[in-house]
Structure formats: structure tokens, C-alpha cells
Design a protein around this ligand. Structure first.
Ligand code: PMP
Length: 351
């Protein structure tokens, strides 16, 4: 029997999550290090009795801790079930214009998926030949909003704050969403813009810099006006999206920020070492301000290298036949030992 009302969409193919612990899994930009000692302690001492009740609707404990750490007020923060949740809510809450939302043609793949899902008109703006976001393309354009990942993904390239400000300043009649999922590894945050502009909304995640991808916590920072709009949408859709365990552990992570500063600095160092090693093999490596690199192999096709690495239990990201990206692999930065092993395995191909 034919059924009415079923939504027909092509499912988004998220990064694969093979669970084999022996594998060097460097395909979805997780942190190379374990969560901080304080987070593990908070997990061990969590009182399971409290799970009888719903989680805190407003998540004030976590929002207060974040506000203190970021130097903003509680009413400038919303927390959610990963930054995917916050970004999807931002699309639902801020991009209801008839004009097209602009985002780069190579960026986080979910933007297009959400625009399609929520029936938001959009336009993908090409990157430059060097894979850079061209500032002027976002200035003096009629649009229904702008979404930019800074640093961008999967290129890893960051935009100077002055250029982000130029985009925000030129588009004060719409919301500019800045996705800062990778900001802990390089680049310049748009946080200072909050003092002057109420149309900027920044998203962040605990998945990358706080080594908590499996916990699912992300947050958004914006003017009280934007936060009250997105809060209303969140509370109309999934009010208790951050569970009690997630809130306790994420709060402990913010308290342990010095641990994370240390391990993330180490990841950035390993990234620079790994990039230099790849370049020495003749590979093109885009300048990365993140915990991954986008690289075009030399002497072997990207897809073949992807398959070869997989046969050696090393799992990186190949995007398939996607225009310019089909010549590239995205490789997350693991520990120094893991990345040395990757270099050794690739090097062996060419001896
Ligand atoms: N933005 C970007 C640019 C990302 O790469 C990711 C992770 N794949 C996310 C947002 C979402 O991360 P999470 O939902 O784990 O916070």
C-alpha cells in the first residue's frame, strides 16, 4: 500500500566509525588523547541515583562554567547534543529568509544537508584555487544568512579575524554563523566580535578539543537576542538534549582546560611535523590550523592510498568522487607515535 507523507531524502553519509581498537583511526578528527583526569573522575563519582529525574532544562551549571571561561554572560550561551545539534538548531532558528544562505562549496558537508532538510534556499560559494574562502564574495550580496567554518573543514585553512569581521559587519541584517569546531588548534576566534555585533553566532564542540566526541556536547555563543530565539526553538523541539552525565562531564572538562591546552598544543606540534614529513615525500599539504590535514598524495592516487592504508589498519578519510576533493585525503592527527607509523607505512611504498 502506498503511504502518504513519507519524507524522501538521500541519507547523509557521516564518517565511518570502525570500532576495532587495534586500528589507527584517524578518519573523523577525534582527539588523540584521552579525556582529562577530572572528566574521568567526574564519571567515576557520578551518582546514578539522580538519573531518575530529567536533566536540567537550562543547563545552568555548564553554561555558567563556560561563561566564566569565555568571559561572556550565561544568557549568551546555549548548550546542546554536540555542535551538530546546535548548528541544526541555528539553521532552524536563524535562516528563515526567502533569500539564499551562503556557505563555501567545500566546507562541512552537513550545512547543505540541513539546508535541504529544513527547506532553506542556499548557494554554495566556490573557494579560491588555493582552497581559501574569498571574503569579497560574502560582502555586498543579498543573502538570507552566512555560514562559515573557521578554520574551514576539510581544508583546515583559517581566515583572519579582520576578514571575518568584514563579513559580519557587511551583513548585519542577517545572522552570520561561525563554526569554530577546530579553533583550539589554531586560527583566531570570532569571540571578540560579540562585543560589537549582535548578528554573529559562534558554535563550538567538546568533541575535538576536549576529547569527548562520544559524550555529545556542543555549544553556541551569541547575543542574548539570538540565544533567546534559539532557546525557544530548542525548547519546542528537544528540551532535555544535554543529559545529566554529559553536563557533569563537560563541566569537569571546562575546569580542566589547562590539561587540554597542553595536549592540544602537542597535537598542533605533531601536525606540523607530520605535514613537513608528507611534503618531504612530495605530497601537497594545505596549511592547517586544525587537528587534521588535507593532502594530495604524489605518485599514487588518493583512493589507492586510502585503500592501501586501510589494508595496513590505518583508517583515514577519502571523500570519494567529489570534484576537487577526489584527489585528496583528510588525515586526522593522532599521537606522535601513530603519525610516525603512518609516515613509515607511506614511506615504505616509495622505496
Ligand atoms: N563542525 C565541523 C566543521 C565538524 O567537522 C564537525 C565534526 N564532524 C562538527 C561541526 C560537529 O561536531 P560535533 O557534533 O561532534 O560537535
Amino acid at each position: 500500500m502506498k503511504m502518504k507523507g513519507l519524507r524522501q531524502i538521500k541519507p547523509y553519509v557521516a564518517g565511518a566509525q570502525p570500532q576495532d581498537k587495534k586500528m589507527i583511526k584517524i578518519n573523523t578528527n577525534e582527539n588523540a588523547f584521552p579525556p582529562s583526569p577530572g572528566v574521568l573522575q567526574a564519571l567515576a563519582s557520578f551518582d546514578g541515583q539522580v538519573l531518575r529525574r530529567y536533566s536540567a532544562l537550562e543547563n545552568n551549571a555548564l553554561r555558567d562554567k563556560l561563561a566564566e571561561n569565555l568571559g561572556v554572560n550565561r544568557d549568551q550561551i546555549i548548550v546542546g547534543n554536540g555542535s551538530d545539534d546546535i548548528l541544526a538548531l541555528a539553521f532552524l532558528s536563524f535562516l528563515n529568509s526567502d533569500d539564499a544562505v551562503l556557505f563555501p562549496d567545500i566546507t562541512y558537508g552537513f550545512y547543505k544537508v540541513w539546508a535541504d532538510l529544513f527547506r532553506i534556499p542556499f548557494e554554495e560559494v566556490p573557494l579560491s584555487d588555493e582552497f581559501e574562502i574569498v571574503t569579497t564574495d560574502y560582502i555586498n550580496s543579498i543573502n538570507g544568512g552566512i555560514v562559515i567554518a573557521n578554520p574551514n573543514a576539510p581544508t583546515g585553512i583559517f581566515k583572519d579575524l579582520s576578514e571575518v569581521e568584514a563579513i559580519v559587519a557587511a551583513n548585519q541584517d542577517v545572522v552570520v554563523i561561525i563554526d569554530e569546531a577546530y579553533i583550539a588548534f589554531g586560527g583566531e576566534s570570532a569571540l571578540p566580535l560579540l562585543e560589537q555585533y549582535d548578528n554573529v553566532f559562534i558554535t563550538r564542540t567538546f568533541s575535538k578539543d576536549a576529547a569527548l566526541a562520544g559524550l555529545r556536547v556542543g555549544y553556541g555563543i551569541g547575543s542574548p537576542k539570538l540565544i533567546s530565539v534559539i532557546n525557544a526553538v530548542k525548547n519546542s523541539y528537544n528540551p532535555y538534549s544535554v543529559d545529566l552525565i554529559a553536563e557533569a562531564l563537560a563541566t569537569a572538562a571546562v575546569e580542566d582546560y589547562q590539561y587540554y591546552e597542553r595536549v592540544n598544543a602537542e597535537i598542533s606540534e605533531t601536525r606540523d611535523w607530520f605535514s613537513a614529513e608528507l611534503r618531504a615525500l612530495g605530497f601537497e599539504v594545505l596549511p592547517s590550523a586544525t587537528n587534521f590535514v588535507l593532502t594530495k598524495p604524489a605518485g599514487i592516487a588518493a583512493e589507492s592510498l586510502f585503500e592501501f592504508l586501510q589494508s595496513k589498519q590505518i583508517y583515514v578519510r577519502y571523500f570519494g568522487d567529489k570534484g576537487r576533493l577526489s584527489d585528496y585525503l583528510r588525515i586526522s592527527i593522532g599521537t606522535q607515535d601513530e603519525m610516525a607509523k603512518v609516515i613509515q607505512v607511506i614511506g615504505d611504498l616509495f622505496v
